[in-house]
Ligand binder design. Sequence first.
Ligand code: DX5
Ligand code: ZN
Length: 226
Amino acid sequence: MEITPSILTADFTKLGETLEEAVEAGINWMHMDVMDGNWVVNRTITFGPALIRSVRERLGPEVFIDCHLMITNAEEAWNQYVDAGVNLVIAHVEAVDDMDSLIKSLHDSGCQAGAVLNPDTPSSSILPHLANLDLVLVMSVVPGKGGQSFMPEVEGKVREFRAAIDKQIASGGRETKLMIDGGIKDHNAAMVAEWGIDVAVVGSGLINNRGTIAENLAAINSALGL
Ligand code: DX5
Ligand code: ZN
């Protein structure tokens, strides 16, 4: 299982150094949490395309960057994130009217397409689009901030997506990746890996005052037996 950091608990005045520390520790996938002050329940604003563009310029072309759009107008704004240099746009199924059309627009622009669902949104909202999605993200917290507690009740949904993706791959279809986001730490990483997660977003479990990113990643990888 691959680990990608969420930077919401980082000191933004030292963001470049923090991301370089993550790359030095062996991380080559960055997860950028975009909130527009409107879509998430707590009305948080994080950052937008300008910051992501700076991250791309600082880290260079080798690092994979996804953006998790927690915004009201993903269908109008997605191209700003593609222009800023992301490899993958992940849009909330609850916030998008026409997911098929968004996926097509992203693919036509050379960007990968992902869909994400909240803990209480059923898998049926995403399963019809699975064949065209590069990634499905299951939220294991209610989106809005870092450092929340993991919601184990999403297990059934994760296993359902794992089975559907395995079936799709076995029949020669797209190798959709399965991601989880929210409350992942060294103590539950092995559990979600066993559920079938390919990529776990880790925010406060990696970027905190308890250890360096390298130390925190080593603890997670050791829990994963890596
Ligand atoms: C929640 C964000 C997550 C979150 C992860 O709205 O999408 O990426 O910040 O942080 P932790 O790992 O601290 O839950
Ligand atoms: Zn996220």
